[in-house]
Design a binder for this molecule. Structure first.
Ligand code: NAD
Ligand code: IPM
Ligand code: MN
Length: 349
């Protein structure tokens, strides 16, 4: 028996999670997986209504009572301080020590790329460090609101934190037959963290003589992901650089509407979320692309040991694009819900 929590969140989050939940239920039924799905009401509405983001007890229960969670997106213009995102999304990442943000960007259908002559083999997987860097909230401000205001934000990098994400990247490359791991940093300016990352990268990489190691500065990498994305296979990088580059790589391979991610710590509870956000500009119109959330369903099934069901969902994603059953961002006319229903119907046979 598997238990999965569904956290729609804000904006288009509940729309894409609704469609993804249908697909997940159909895939589970088709593959004999006994599955319980529970909706969790964690979002800006709840925060504005009750003044509560997520309680410690809720966080413990989500992590302790479920095998995984699927989250739509968090972020609402009515909560400019983003307190609920910090407590719910970052709170779950940090609270469950989900140090790997696994973000695959594969060009499923070449016509989806905005590039002139895309290489159909483009397939790059990001290992974004997910518990440190500039996301830890270490810093402060002084003389706020005056012309003398000072604001600091510290990037925290520990040997342990860098070592485990770099090991995860090389381990994945070796296990999946990938031949290149690229470290992305800004070691020409950020000497302290850059030095630590480069030393760990060389040390861990030396244990994988069959894998090519290269390092790129983040500015050049942003350029190269547009120029020749097919060159990259596995990218390991810090929290913020991974956040930025995974949006870029998502667009190169078909757009944010297609890119899934997994927040992972091997062997433990996992949290799956699309790379995209709550898209307030299109929320409530039924036009949000659910395929990134459906991609999360595939990653979640993989996590649950249901490789065949995951492969069936992946096949369904490609089929929906090839057959034009897509939302307007991919050139189709289907609604979010219609895409989910089409996929669920196909999975049920
Ligand atoms: P966004 O990803 O929400 O939207 C960027 C652009 O992509 C918009 O034009 C949007 O309409 C489009 N888009 C995104 N997802 C789409 C989909 N599934 N189908 C079709 N079009 C889609 O980024 P943003 O506008 O910078 O952020 C909006 C809010 O989301 C902010 O509050 C931000 O903090 C939050 N956010 C949350 C998460 C998360 O919870 N995982 C991730 C990113 C951003
Ligand atoms: C993401 C999002 C989040 C991040 C925000 C909403 C905190 O952009 O999951 O990519 O920066 O990690
Ligand atoms: Mn992001």
């Amino acid at each position: 028996m598997a238990r999965v929590a569904l956290i729609g969140g804000d904006g288009i989050g509940p729309e894409v999670i609704g469609a993804a939940a249908e697909v997940l239920a159909a895939a589970a039924a088709g593959h004999g997986l006994d599955l319980t799905l529970d909706h969790w009401d964690l979002n800006a509405d709840r925060f504005l209504r009750e003044g509560v983001t997520i309680t410690d007890e809720e966080r413990d229960r989500l992590i302790g009572d479920y095998d995984a969670a699927l989250l739509g997106a968090l972020g609402d213009p009515r909560v400019p301080g983003n307190e609920h995102t910090r407590d719910i999304l970052l709170g779950l990442r940090f609270g469950a020590d989900l140090y790997i943000n696994f973000r695959p960007c594969k060009l499923l259908v070449p016509a989806l790329s905005p590039l002139k002559d895309p290489d159909p083999a483009t397939d790059v997987v990001f290992f974004r460090e997910n518990t440190e860097g500039l996301y830890v909230g270490v810093g402060g401000s002084f003389k706020r609101g005056t012309p003398d205001e000072i604001a600091t934000e510290q990037s925290v990098n520990t040997w342990k934190g860098v070592d485990r994400i770099v090991r995860a990247a090389f381990g994945y490359a070796a296990a999946t037959g990938r031949e290149r791991v690229t470290l992305v940093d800004k070691a020409n300016v950020l000497l302290h963290e850059g030095g630590l990352w480069r030393r760990v990268f060389a040390e861990v990489g030396a244990g994988y003589p069959g894998i090519v190691r290269d390092a790129m500065y983040v500015d050049a990498m942003a350029m190269d992901l547009v120029r020749r994305p097919e060159r990259y296979e596995v990218v390991v990088t810090s929290n913020l650089f991974g956040d930025i580059l995974s949006d870029l790589a998502a667009q190169v391979t078909g757009g944010l509407g297609l890119a899934p991610s997994g927040n992972l710590n091997p062997g433990s509870w996992a949290l799956f979320e699309p790379v995209h956000g709550s898209a307030p500009d299109i929320a409530g119109r039924g036009i949000a692309n659910p395929l990134a959330a459906v991609g999360c369903v595939s990653l979640a099934l993989e996590h649950l040991g249901q490789g065949e069901a995951a492969a069936a969902v992946d096949e369904c994603i490609v089929a929906s694009i090839r057959e034009g059953v897509t939302t307007p961002d991919l050139g189709g006319r289907a609604t979010t819900r219609a895409v989910g229903e089409w996929m669920a119907g196909r999975l049920r046979g």
